[in-house]
Ligand binder design. Sequence first.
Ligand code: B12
Ligand code: SF4
Ligand code: SF4
Length: 358
Amino acid sequence: MDTKQTILHLARSLGFQRTVVASLTPMRRSLARYEEWIDKGYAGEMNYLKRDPKARHSPALLFPEARSAIIVSVSYYTPLPPDPGLYFGRVASYAVGLDYHAVLRKKIRELKTALETELGQPLLGKAYTDDVPLQERSLAARHGLGFAGRNTLIIGPKLMGSFNFIGELLTDLPLDADEPYVGTCGKCFRCGVQCPTDAILPEGQLNSNLCISYLTIENKGAIPIELRPKVGQWLFGCDVCQEVCPYNQRPPETPWPEFQPESGVGHYIDLLSLLEIKDEEEFLTRFRHTALRRPKRRGLLRNALVVLGNRLREQKAMGSRPDHVIERIEQYRDSESDPMLREHAEWAMAQYSARAAS
Ligand code: B12
Ligand code: SF4
Ligand code: SF4
């Protein structure tokens, strides 16, 4: 086996479902597209994306000794169980198990160690996944991990689909880079049509300001009132543009127990239980080692109130009277000191009362 075959073999035996090799030359074409995206304001308040776009497209800057990048991907998909009830919020598939940053970094380091053993030499190498300024999808698409779909996700060949994480091992091994993979969405625009907030543009750009994933995870402030009904049941993230994609009709399941629902928060969370979380410490304890820590207590409770409001509006339309839920939100509002959360609680209750505006 040559070095590249050895890498592919070791990566597969660790569970990575697709592996390609990338060069570290700057990604010029992607930089122009990226700058246009930033200029249009589509990054919203994600200011870290606006700092030094050129560096984000220059992988060699991350680790000067590196000569190539081994790009790996692994499925996080697990089948959706039945909805447990009205007052449960949905968690996007990527966040159902343990936080992928730590899991992937550990597995990529294992790949490095296995490679050193197999090659009989120490390597200089660093493992990354979404934790350094690097345009991972651009590098992945340039070297054939998959193609960039209109929903902007990297879609792998055959039946891989897009429910995959991307990670990289930069090493001092001088390897031949892979060619792009030629794939296409054809005339399809199902993701854009089905996106609840019309966040996807036909040319394959995403306006984060409208995206439920952004609004529920990265956004630190209030969720705009006109978008709240569109958030539906999504408590954390959103998978609509992946679920409707024809390339995701039979996604491979994750090979790793870390991404199983039992290892993390699962696909659904009891919304009223979230209103019991009194402070940040309690919040961090409940969600430690999971991606749900990202929006902090304030963000996750804000999302829970939006989903509760959406459920109450549906119940009103059906003629049901969920008094216990309304009372619980009212108690919560009276005990909450954060004005933004109090306003979201008011809004949630107003979805049931005669004052409901939308
Ligand atoms: C910021 C960010 C977000 C933002 C913005 C998303 C977006 N579409 O830009 C928000 C918070 C909305 C988000 C949401 C999600 N994210 Co996110 N996110 C990122 C992050 C940190 C940067 C992405 C970015 O820079 N976007 C700006 C755009 C302009 O850049 P880009 O997406 O990289 O796009 C370039 C390529 O597509 C490239 N390109 C390459 N070839 C081609 C060819 C053609 C024809 C075209 C048009 C373009 C193109 O051009 C673009 C410009 O440079 C990356 C990690 C990273 N460091 O890269 C994860 C990452 C993209 N996210 C990921 C995931 C899993 C998600 C969610 C599925 C989570 C969820 N369920 O809620 C959603 C998906 C929503 C969606 N449809 O994109 C994965 C995606 C894996 C994959 N298979 O693609 C990543 C790669 C993290 C990882 N390491 O696995 N995310
Ligand atoms: S994640 Fe949801 S809101 Fe965001 S683009 Fe996809 S379907 Fe639209
Ligand atoms: S739904 Fe259609 S347009 Fe959207 S990413 Fe999938 S194939 Fe492409």
